[in-house]
Design a protein around this ligand. Sequence first.
Ligand SMILES: Cc1ncc(COP(=O)(O)O)c(C=O)c1O
Length: 402
Amino acid sequence: MTYRVPLSYNSVGEAEIEAANAVLRSGYLTQGSRVSEFEAKLAEFHGVRHAVLVNSGSSANLVGIEAAVYLSQLRPDLTGGPILTGDEVVIQGLNWPSTLKPIVNHGLIPVLCDVDPETLSATPEHIDAVRTERTRMVIAVPVLGNPGALDELEAYCRETGLLLFVDGCESLGAVTPAGRRVGSIGLATAFSFYFSHHITTIEGGVVLTDDDHLADLCYALRAHGWSRNLRLEEFLDLDTSRVDPRFCFVIPGYNVRSTDLNAAIGLVQLERLEEIVAARQRIARNRVAALAEHQDVVTVPGGSYGDGHSWMTFPMVFATNEARDRAQSRLEELGVETRPIIVGNTLRHPLARNLALSPDQRELPVCDAIFERGLMIGLNPSSDEETETWVHHCLREAARDR
Ligand SMILES: Cc1ncc(COP(=O)(O)O)c(C=O)c1O
């Protein structure tokens, strides 16, 4: 079925095609100068020292979280102690499954916490409710462009000695109430440049960090564990005297590199990011206003948030499961594509069996409500007035309590 309002849309235009063609014609097709240029611009935009471009947001979480664990084991003096098998990592139940994998890979125990119904993100109170003596790291997941409580979470982690890693894959361009960009908070942040996100490299992702050692571990993990151009030998005090420096491997790594072709597309898209975020905010505000008279049936999480919200999609939570199901059918009938709000609640998915969750894992009532009563629709920043008037009509139709 072709939807009039699809969940995702193609934002790659002539300028991106030109830039990609120029790379293809240059003959240098793998990770090269375009990747370095894109990394430098991403780091500058976020005011951090390092950006490590990889081939997806999942890979950014993989190398970023793994680098944090390695850093804690190789240099516990820098992280307040090593993160060891059996230690706990707190992450909200409304997350993305591939972010759980690096936790499980290291024999760490994911502890799922609940979220705030307005921001859809965990607050320090949610973390505190599940924290134990074995908790070592918090993975914050500001979802759908809503920066949530990142300012407070950073202060909380600093006070309690926990490492803070941010899975910001859905929140590029978001700014916290304290005026700080998501991407500049905590030890490191992952972003995704998948096709349907704020900007795209088709597939792609990045780890941002101010920490030189963490960045070097990410560079090594990204490319086979190579130490090329890194300061790891010195930092880890390694004897590499008998190894060819071009082929020296310091840790077991992956290959999750990006290419100049993807970076060239990303460079063009990044130029437009602020314009894209402003358009998303305008469209979201108008949709929230269109639903104002139906607040007894449907609310928009983040609808009262100020200018820092970068609105990746448009989420709604209905008063009952039946109202959500009815609204979903009506929207689909009218040509508006719908989907659940991310996973809703991880505990309700079959994958929860594979997470080795603690026997003390709590139920998550707000995540459950999002699972049972939530849905979201696409938000295309290029959507014109006529289409948005149609969307407003469809949203009101969906909210009508029949
Ligand atoms: C919160 C979150 N984290 C991680 C990812 C993974 O990103 P990617 O699809 O680029 O692997 C996504 C994907 O949408 C996501 O929503």
